[in-house]
Design a protein around this ligand. Structure first.
Ligand code: GLA
Length: 698
């Protein structure tokens, strides 16, 4: 809900439990008033009437108060907007109008010197406390006017209230070690996270959370900000001299040039979403999850199937017969979606060749993919394939025909990673080629699922002949989004997974057009607990793909673990199987079938329930709990038992203290208040033990 007061210059947005308020002064300064629990319009108006901070000769009266600080004028904070022509740098705006459209507030400004139009967008939905913010920049000048260089255009600047001791939570990592949660105290100055790699990156998820008064998992105030962008990005957290916190975020890492706007050109920033919560880190996560399930992830109400993926089993050495054999075994244990990974196309027998040529390898699939797809369908499963459309190997028909289609700088090395180069998706001809290839592929065989990979970063991201700043960085992402949107519209039955060497492309932008993401190439079930713990801070289990692979772990560390531990670890998200099923004994197949059956029973609770992190994975006992209506599922893992000590009972959350809860496996009945206060006993012991507990309110 949006309310307007103060002569049309004060706005109050109201969500499920929180409010956000802003005000336009009579000098057209857009100042922040409030972000936190609900207040009334009268409260917002009296905040707006407070005098500005006192004048000091070396301080700005605007810094730390503005909703969207621009470069220029009496400001010293990091600007959200930086624009120049050859003649003038910086922005001086005047307000030109405002509009509300349902839940969305639009505030318009213009800088006549630059012919610049700027619109700030805000949206707070009735069922959530997430505030979605983004900006549109337009060159409104006449034909022939000077082009504008957009050096930086952030989506938003968030202002947090003054507090004593701010703490930052972030999710950092690298390949095979993504999304690991780190908390640190903030000091005056700036902390900058981001990616200058062309994709979201394994190094940081585009998310920060800040708490000031020692929030815990289930209590205290937490602010969070998350960016919906799958290219290079930056989030800068700034603690100003007076203790105010300001957080800016947007596309691109540096301030040296995002793109060039000709007269009539526009640029829309990604969404930078912000959340205030007073339910601790767990409450904040649940609010983020609910918002993504309701408003971001497509078809989120539909459960994701149990999948099989052949990558760890077969690598590049694949054949139709071998895939058929795996498919039969997968169907036997209850898999619902069979995905052929890399190496089914072109001359792709290793990572040295074939990317770019999206037709089935005639030696491996003489009749194309259809015969295998038909067999998979006949076994009662859906059929999926792997693609990596944005890339090309130098050894490919595509590159031989179109060497100019890759990102490159004239006369410079074309750096290869994994023997591949990045196609320049900003080019219309590349977009047309990919559409034709992928649309053709999805039309040629009954494909139900596409795993869309991206296995290297941008390095030599140049576009010969294009003026600087080159739009290739932003347009690559827009072209990717457009391609996915068009494919989804043309093939509505096909689901998409976002992968980038594991979790290198996980963000709200890609999640708004894919059905799930590949969390990490690290399928070691123990490492995964920490990765999943981090992932869950922002994103729901419904989007988090997790596979059970072989033991000893073949990809990474040789760790030996039981099927039980591997399954319970992967059951915390969208369960998949990624081991070499032809090497599993009959007893393992039978046990796997039981786990898959159990997963299907608890799946509605895991994928659509509310998540409570009961204990973080830190070497001992860890556990998560999901609650959906009357159903409760607890997954618990013990890394190592010491001194023969019993594990402490798990204090459950989100239950009705007055109700009784029955366990269908043991027939035991527990009182809600006991489960909440004393806790659930687990009997986990030894090393790498795990268990699933089901409870139902009676
Ligand atoms: C990436 C993915 C893997 C697999 C390989 C195939 O590394 O993360 O899951 O698909 O590519 O080459």
């Amino acid at each position: 809900m949006i309310e307007t007061g103060g002569n049309g210059r004060t706005w109050l947005l109201t969500g499920a439990a929180g409010s956000y308020a802003l005000h336009l002064t009579d000098r057209d300064e857009l100042v922040h008033l409030h972000w936190g629990p609900r207040i009334s319009l009268a409260d917002a108006e009296s905040l707006a009437a407070e005098p500005p901070p006192p004048y000091w000769p070396f301080e700005s009266q605007l810094d730390g108060r503005e909703e969207y600080p621009v470069e220029g004028g009496p400001r010293f904070v990091r600007p959200a907007l930086s624009v120049r022509t050859p003649a003038v740098r910086g922005t001086e705006w005047r307000h030109t109008g405002s509009a509300t459209d349902g839940d969305e507030l639009r505030l318009r400004f213009a800088d006549p010197v630059h012919h610049l139009g700027l619109t700030l967008h805000y949206r707070m939905r009735a069922d959530s406390d997430v505030v979605e913010r983004w900006a549109t920049v337009a060159h409104d000048g006449p034909a022939g006017a000077l082009g504008l260089e957009l050096l930086r255009a952030d989506a938003a600047a968030w202002t947090l209230p003054r507090r004593e001791r701010w703490r930052l939570s972030q999710l950092h990592g690298r390949w095979a070690a993504e999304s690991r949660l780190v908390r640190s105290d903030l000091a005056p100055g700036e902390k900058v996270l981001g990616s200058r790699r062309g994709h979201t990156g394994h190094q940081h998820l585009p998310w920060v959370a800040l708490d000031a008064e020692g929030a815990t998992e289930e209590s205290g105030e937490v602010y969070g900000c998350a960016l919906g962008w799958s290219g290079s990005w930056r989030i800068a957290v700034q603690q100003l001299p007076d203790g105010t916190m300001q957080i800016t975020g947007g596309a691109g890492h540096d301030d040296s040039g995002l793109l060039r706007l000709a007269p009539g050109g526009t640029y829309t920033t990604p969404v930078f979403a912000g959340l205030w919560s007073d339910g601790g880190f767990g409450g904040a996560s649940r609010a983020w999850h609910a918002w993504q399930l309701a408003h971001v992830i497509p078809d989120a109400g539909r459960s994701r199937p149990v999948l099989y993926n052949s990558w760890e089993a077969t690598g590049f050495d694949i054949s139709e017969e071998q895939q058929r054999a795996l498919a039969r075994r997968a169907a036997d244990i209850g898999v619902e979606l069979f995905v052929v990974d890399d190496a089914w196309f072109g001359a792709r027998v290793s990572d040295r060749a074939g990317l770019g040529d999206w037709t089935p390898n005639p030696d491996r699939f003489p009749g194309g993919l259809k015969p295998l797809a038909d067999e998979v369908h006949g076994l009662g499963m859906r059929f999926g394939i792997w693609v990596e459309p944005e890339m090309v190997n130098a050894d490919s028909d595509l590159y031989r025909a179109r060497p100019d289609w890759v990102q490159h700088h004239p006369g410079r090395t074309r750096t290869e990673f994994r023997n591949q180069l990045v196609l320049n998706l900003a080019r219309d001809d590349v977009q047309a080629y990919l559409w034709e290839q992928l649309d053709g592929l999805l039309s040629s065989a009954p494909v139900d699922y596409v795993k869309w990979d991206f296995n290297r970063c941008f390095t030599d991201a140049g576009w010969p002949g294009e003026p600087y700043p080159q739009r290739l960085w932003t347009e690559h992402v827009h072209a990717l989004y457009a391609l996915l949107d068009r494919l989804r519209a043309a093939h509505p039955g096909v689901a998409f997974e976002s992968c980038s060497g594991g979790g290198g492309r996980i963000d709200l932008g890609i999640l708004s057009r894919t059905d799930q993401v590949w969390t990490s190439d690290n399928t070691d079930p123990l490492d995964r607990l920490a990765i999943q713990h981090g992932f869950s801070q922002l994103h729901p289990a419904r989007a988090m793909a997790a596979w059970v692979t072989d033991s000893p772990n073949s990809q990474l560390n040789g760790r030996v673990s039981s099927l039980r531990f591997r399954f319970v670890s992967a059951m915390a998200g969208v369960l998949g199987i990624g081991g070499d099923l032809t090497g599993w004994g009959e007893d393992e197949i039978a046990e796997a079938r039981e786990w898959v059956d159990l997963y299907k029973e608890i799946r509605p609770v895991v994928q659509h329930g509310e998540l409570y992190r009961l204990r973080a994975p830190d070497g001992g006992l860890s556990a998560v709990q999901y609650v959906r209506g009357d159903d409760v599922v607890v997954l618990a893992w013990l890394q190592a038992q010491h001194y023969g000590e019993q594990q402490p009972p798990l204090r459950l959350r989100g239950l009705d203290p007055g109700a009784a809860y029955a366990c269908p496996d043991t027939s035991a009945v527990h009182r809600g208040s006991v489960l909440l206060h004393r806790g659930l006993r687990t009997a986990l012991r030894g090393d790498l033990d795990a268990a699933v507990f089901r409870l139902r309110r009676i």
